[in-house]
Every structure is written in structure tokens, then in C-alpha cells.
Write a protein that binds this ligand. Structure first.
Ligand code: PLP
Length: 449
């Protein structure tokens, strides 16, 4: 398409006049007007093209505008755009079947929601009703969504403004060796001490008061901390011991992101409830859900589940999910994420870390990587303070601007950049992105001591 700055200016002007943006001080933002997108790229109205290493908000796992998924949405729109949730509808039935075939263990019933936060809300409600207990434990350094219960589960500053103090949530520390809360020096120590801390938290909170433990299988926005071997199995064991429901949140980690269909597969752990959204249909139409184990499904076999949504299992969203899952299977998208992560992106990022003093740690798997940027590798002082804004955030802003100047759209959260491109990225695109990161990290290096 030809660049068209005039249209871009009109799009931007209407946005600035009328669109109220998420998580933002409305007058301090400057959203880019986007003209189009395809595969791993998008472009603006001035004809500038960017390689998208964010997958939107880590959800376009098969890239933008996959022709087979676009066609499936068009076909569904022509046949049956929508239908109420109480009916059996082909696209919905088929999406549920394909998801249940891939979810771990006996998670064979699917409750559809509109996105990730409401999936988490419903999972917690199911756990409370199943156990008859009030409280939920979740981790610091986590994100579970923007609605009231989900944001109260969240363990980052996005919770603060909505923290009611009455959400029935208790936070604990999950393992993160690079910034260990447990004075650990090895993954084994971190794992054992994090489990001991969790068991003590359960004991002091009172096991009979705890309905669920909610964990991102691999925490995403909070920093892509791959848990040490044995941690999630240990959490599973604690849940079994104390009759607590294990909810794994795979809204970001699910559907190929980690190089497996679900991150839980990497650790051979089966939760009682698992939330998903994003990658289920690459976000082409909003969709999320809860995969439910036999045990919890039985609780609602003869007793109504008190919850629902007008758009639960919306046919357009479900048709997009069916096509996305078929594309992922046919095109080996999950395998591509695993292979490219292990053979090219992981090694490429480690090589960058050797040359750039601003990189404190590289961690991740599949198409799910984080670079922890630091002022000083010895002290591990973050490149910007926790929750920095304005001048204090200047080094990360400079890093981001440099990446964009080199044609890469980076994911930035606090002192980290995440490398989370589409799971069907090509080798050439991966190399292009690594080269742009190389250039941008040279700017970050200028802020090291
Ligand atoms: N859970 C996790 C792990 C997420 O990463 C997100 C979104 O980033 C959510 C829940 C919330 O999903 P949504 O924004 O679709 O409500």
C-alpha cells in the first residue's frame, strides 16, 4: 500500500480527541497510527515498517492476517455471525474439542470467556465454590488481568490503584534466582526455599481458608521467569496435600509461546483449572476461557454454575480458534517456536549479552524471552528503578527509540525488554530482529556504570 500521511494524521487526530487508552495518562501518550500489518510486520501511514517483536500484546502467535484464519472468519460471518451461548453451535463445539484435545491431563471441559481477565475471574469463582473456601494465593511479579479480582491477584503496580484490601488474595514470592528473595545461589536452593516459603504461607494463612493457588506457569509481563525444575510439581503436591485448587494461568504462555502447546507440558504438571486467551486464536477476535478438570466439572454437574457471558463461545471467535489451531498443527508453528528459540534466538541473545554490559541476564524458552537490563552487572542494579516514570525511565525510553529507529518494535516493561515475536517467525526475521536489538543495546550500554 502507498504511504498516506494525510489519512494517518486524521486517524491520529480522532484517536487523540476521543479514544481513552488503557493504563495511560491520556495527554502523555503519542500512539502510532498503524496503516496495516502482515505476518511479523506492521507499518504506519508514512510507509515506515516495523518488525513486531511484541506480537501485539504477546498474542499474535501466528502473526497478523494469516490468510486461512481470515478466510475462516469471513466464512463464519457469512454463515452465522453470532448465536446465544445456551445453544450447541458448530464453531463453538469444534473449538472446545480441539482445545480439550491439547490441554493437559483431564482438562476436558471448556468454559469460554471474552479474554484473559474474565477467564481468571471465573477460574477463581469455580475454585471458591468447589472448595467452599474464601482465599486465593498468588505471586508477586505476576499479571492476571485488569478486572477487579484479576487485578487484585496481580503482583505488580497495576494492582495498587484497585487494591480493595477485600479481594481475598494473599501474595507470596515465587522463585526468581536472579533477584532471589531467599538468598539462594543455585536453582535447587531457590526451588526448595520457594516451596518452603509457600508451604509456610499456607500454614500461617490456614489451609482450610485457601481455595486456590494461582500462578502463571511461566510469568510473562512480570519478566519471563522460567521456574526451576521441580517447583511446579512441588506446588502441585502442596495443593494435593492441603486440598487447594491449582489454577495455572496460561493466557500468555499458552498456545505455542513456550515451544509447547502449553507451558504446563514443559513441566509435566496438570492443574485443576487452566486459563487461556490470546494465542488461542491469535487475538483475531476476542476469546478466552477456562479448561476444567473432571473433579471440578463434577461439582457443577448437578448444581448450576453461577456465572456466564452473553458472548461465551462467540461463533466468530471460535471459528478463528478452530482455524488457528489447525494452522498451528499443519504448519508446525509450535515446533518452529521450540526450534528457533533453542537454536537461534536463545543463542543469539546470549551472544548479545556477552558483548553488551547492559544485559544482566537472558532467560526464556521458545518464543518467550526476557533481557534484564542493568546499570551494573555485579550489583545487578536495574537500568531504571522499579516502576520508574519520566526522567527516571530515560534509559529504557532511549533503548526503545533506538530499536524503533532500526525497524524493530520492542516489548518493554520496567528494566526489561522481552523478545516475544510470532511463533511462526522465520530464521531471516529472527536474525533481522537480533541485529536491531544489537544496535539498540549499544544505546542502553551508554547508561551502564
Ligand atoms: N493473565 C495473563 C498471564 C496475562 O498475560 C494477561 C494479559 O496480558 C491476562 C491474564 C489478562 O488477559 P486480558 O488482557 O485478555 O484480559
Amino acid at each position: 500500500p502507498q504511504p498516506n500521511p494525510q489519512v494517518g494524521a486524521a486517524v491520529k487526530a480522532a484517536d487523540r480527541a476521543h479514544v481513552f487508552h488503557s493504563w495511560s495518562a491520556q495527554e502523555l501518550i503519542d500512539p502510532l497510527a498503524v496503516a496495516g500489518a502482515e505476518g511479523a510486520y506492521f507499518w504506519d501511514y508514512d510507509g515506515r515498517r516495523y518488525l513486531d517483536f511484541t506480537s501485539g500484546l504477546v498474542y499474535t502467535n501466528i502473526g497478523y492476517q494469516h490468510p486461512k484464519v481470515v478466510a475462516a472468519i469471513q466464512e463464519q460471518a457469512a454463515r452465522m455471525t453470532t448465536f446465544a451461548p445456551a445453544f450447541a453451535v458448530e464453531a463453538r463445539s469444534e473449538a472446545a474439542r480441539l482445545i480439550a484435545e491439547r490441554t493437559p491431563g483431564d482438562l476436558d471441559k471448556i468454559f469460554f470467556t471474552n479474554g484473559g481477565a474474565d477467564a481468571v475471574e471465573h477460574a477463581v469463582r469455580m475454585a471458591r465454590l468447589h472448595t467452599g473456601r474464601p482465599k486465593v494465593l498468588s505471586a508477586y511479579r505476576s499479571y492476571h488481568g485488569g478486572t477487579q479480582q484479576a487485578v487484585n491477584l496481580t503482583g505488580d503496580p497495576r494492582r495498587w490503584a484497585s487494591d480493595s484490601g477485600t479481594a481475598g488474595v494473599v501474595h507470596f514470592w515465587a522463585p526468581f534466582l536472579y533477584r532471589s528473595r531467599f538468598y539462594a545461589e543455585t536453582e535447587e536452593q531457590e526451588c526448595a526455599r520457594a516451596l518452603e516459603h509457600l508451604e509456610t504461607t499456607i500454614a500461617f494463612e490456614g489451609p482450610s481458608t485457601v481455595a486456590a493457588i494461582v500462578l502463571e506457569t511461566i510469568p510473562g509481563t512480570a519478566g519471563i521467569m522460567v521456574p526451576p525444575a521441580g517447583y511446579l510439581a512441588g506446588v502441585r503436591e502442596l495443593c494435593d496435600t492441603y486440598g487447594i485448587v491449582l489454577i495455572l494461568d496460561e493466557v500468555m504462555a499458552g498456545f505455542g509461546r513456550t515451544g509447547a502447546w502449553f507451558a504446563a507440558d514443559l513441566f509435566r504438571v496438570v492443574p485443576d483449572l487452566m486459563t487461556f486467551a490470546k494465542g488461542v486464536n491469535s487475538g483475531y477476535v476476542p476469546l478466552g476461557g477456562v479448561a476444567i478438570s473432571q473433579k471440578i466439572a463434577e461439582t457443577f454437574a448437578r448444581r448450576p454454575y453461577p456465572g456466564g457471558l452473553t458472548y461465551s463461545g462467540h461463533p466468530l471467535a471460535c471459528a478463528a480458534a478452530v482455524a488457528t489451531i489447525e494452522v498451528m498443527a499443519q504448519e508446525g508453528v509450535v515446533e518452529n517456536a521450540a526450534r528457533l528459540g533453542a537454536e537461534l534466538i536463545g543463542p543469539g541473545l546470549r551472544e548479545l549479552a556477552e558483548r553488551h554490559p547492559s544485559v544482566g541476564e537472558v532467560r526464556g524458552t521458545g518464543m518467550f524471552w526476557a533481557l534484564e537490563l542493568v546499570r551494573d552487572r555485579e550489583t545487578r542494579e536495574p537500568l531504571v528503578p522499579y516502576h520508574a516514570t519520566g526522567e527516571a525511565n530515560a534509559p529504557m525510553a532511549a533503548f526503545g527509540a533506538a530499536a524503533k529507529a532500526h525497524g524493530l518494535w520492542p516489548f518493554i516493561n520496567m528494566n526489561r525488554t522481552h523478545v516475544v515475536p510470532p511463533c511462526n517467525l522465520t530464521e531471516a526475521e529472527a536474525k533481522e530482529g537480533l541485529a536491531a536489538l544489537d544496535a539498540a543495546l549499544s544505546v542502553a550500554d551508554e547508561y551502564t556504570r
